[in-house]
Design a binder for this molecule. Sequence first.
Ligand code: FES
Ligand SMILES: [Fe+2]
Length: 384
Amino acid sequence: MPPLPPAAELLATAARPFEDARAMPPSVYTSADFLQRELDTIFAREWMCVGRASALAEPGDYLTYELAGQPVMVLRDREGGVRAFSNVCLHRMSTLLEGRGNRRSIVCPYHAWTYGLDGRLRGAPFMAETTGFCKEDYALPAIRCEEWLGWIYITLNDDAPAVAETLAPLTPMIADYGMENYVECFRETHVWDTNWKVLAENFMESYHLPVCHAATVGGHSKLEEMECPPGLAAFNYHWITKEASLPIGNAHPTNTRLEGRWRKTTALLALYPSHLITLTPGYFWYLSLHPQGPDKVGLLFGGGLSPEFMADPRAPDYIATLKGLLDEVNEEDRGCTEKVFRGMKAGRARGGHLSYLERPIYDFMHYIAERTAGFDRSFALAAE
Ligand code: FES
Ligand SMILES: [Fe+2]
């Protein structure tokens, strides 16, 4: 496969040492061909987060997701397991379920072929005379689906290592937060007019907080409080340790898991390609991104409280305050990331140097360059 011009430009930028690092070239964000390469080499191959397992609490609860062009349904089956299937009918290939909800069985909206929660075809009206047809031959293709610390991930890649294996280095780093027990209180989907990587990168650096978020959390953000270590193969991260602006940002008095500075440390986790988690001692929120074109990104946005704050009588107030603040902060991020994408389309747009506070973006660039253009990350990491 000859390198596309954007991939060649990306390789040249990724080869720069961190001390002289620059942002990715604009073509990597604006090119439809490069997006297709990302869909083929990243989104069709990696684990994608579709939310919290608690969102599928009851048998028959389902959600739908379009993964690299493949409609997927994820559901809680009768035995209590979470399973994913192709969301395409086995008759004349209509899509089956939409959005989220609960079903005892899955009935195709076209001719009512009906599937059980195990994916098997249970009924097909007026097919008795088709003697070559045997409903036992039909079952929706399963899609790989795994849980990790309360999250559900799906992948189209039968050879991908398990999520827990991929993220094994991260698990002990955040174990004391007990993220698996955090309770999701809201979950929404949105579409923004920007490239998915612009929004991912926006999450990966807190350099923009004092400026982009001047009207909300910016005043509480001191860049000196941020620690941005080099990332690892499957994720990057940075830490912010400070007195939180919200009471729920620090550990609840009944939280005995977190000690010392960890009681006021926020972890900002970017799990490749696009699961972005802000994990604080008292609450969490997340985005899971999927491109809908070079210029549009679909966001799954959710969040909630640690179990200690959920048990607090003031939990409803905490949830309302958190949601109100995050909505304002997201609106600010939307403004900044949509402006960046508008700028990137300009003929004279060029990426400039990165600050040391943008270390995770440098690591993300290497990840993208490895997946899409064969960049050798092991060499780059060995050179640290
Ligand atoms: S396409 Fe689903 S029943 Fe015909
Ligand atoms: Fe932001």
